[in-house]
Design a binder for this molecule. Sequence first.
Ligand SMILES: *Cc1c(COP(=O)(O)O)cnc(C)c1O
Length: 412
Amino acid sequence: MAELKTAPATVASKAHDPSPAVMGTYARLNILFERGEGSWLITEDGERYLDFGSGVAVNALGHAHPHLIDALKAQAEKLWHTSNLYRISQQERLAERLCAATFADKVFFCNSGAEACEGVIKATRRYHYVNGDPQRWRIITFEGAFHGRTLATLSAAGNPKHLEGFGVPADGFDHLPFADHDAVEAAISPETAAIMIEPVQGEGGVRIIPPQCLQGLRELCDRHGLLLILDEVQTGVGRTGTFFAHEQSGITPDLMAVAKGVGGGFPLGAILASEEAASGLQPGTHGSTFGGNPLAMAVGNAVLDIVLQPEFLEDVCRKSGLLRQRLAEIEDQFSDLVAEVRIAGLLCGLKLQDDVAPSDLIAAAADERLLTVGAGDNVVRILPSLNVSEDEISDGLARLQRSFSRLRENTL
Ligand SMILES: *Cc1c(COP(=O)(O)O)cnc(C)c1O
């Protein structure tokens, strides 16, 4: 470490080497952006990258959206933070709008997806506790899931790679194989409180849960007195072409975790709940100092102003169709590299052949000034902003095509 500190730091190396002061929890690409405009990210040298990663499905409306900037600026000049010891008007407004647009009767605001997932887990356990069933506290979850990086959410997902070295995982989660309905029914015990699932596994590799599976889980929950928890942190707020992904299966959950796109880039998470599922959370049972703070709420409301406009989601579906068509062409053209295309709205995954590493495609795409994101199951995600233009989709797909050509040259 001492060597690092005393190494001669030229201006150039200072500008280009990642700082050793930042903890090394991410294997970052060595690209440094200075600003963003819509679907574009621009480096200090003025190089423009087409952003088909959207900060991992967060920048739902691209970068520097004028309506979001106005909302944040206006709020910044009035009030930043008061805590939840007092009423917050923007919070009441956003909660009411989320309830009006979804199954929910109650909303709790937090700051991230992991916190939202922790919250739905706590709400579940308290629900059964206040209903005289305190022994019901275990939650059924699925292989390939991702619910965040806190100790409980890591245990909920049960990914051995993420849990390694962090001691004994938190108890209370029963992990089942992906897409095995019979296994779910067999796993339900008198201690089971809920089933928790992502309608599309995002980090798990854009693995789509078919509508009839979600309907089957809803039915199992009803029959056994369990809560159905959906983690829509990645799939929510228009990403899959409907406001929330579960709408496409005609079911509603009892509890839902929301984050990522709902803040459009401002840290914001939420728990949405039916009146009944929220009944365990009385004053003092859960909290967050920053959650629902006026700045986050102003931006959340501004995001909804746009996403809830009548044509917005239709537009997402149309662009999804275009993307599907173009990605199918790429799949044909590069069948030696691409194994499968998975699409839910503008949440797209390219499953690569076993001998092709996602990191190689991501690097080749970055060389073409196209940003993509890796995922599990040997998948690279394509996550344009929801307001991406059709020209930008065409441009991005041409870049993707050239990236695959590069990759093929390198592997030959
Ligand atoms: C990203 C994600 C989370 C975690 O969100 P953070 O904001 O990183 O804590 C949880 N669940 C799903 C489905 C996600 O995609």
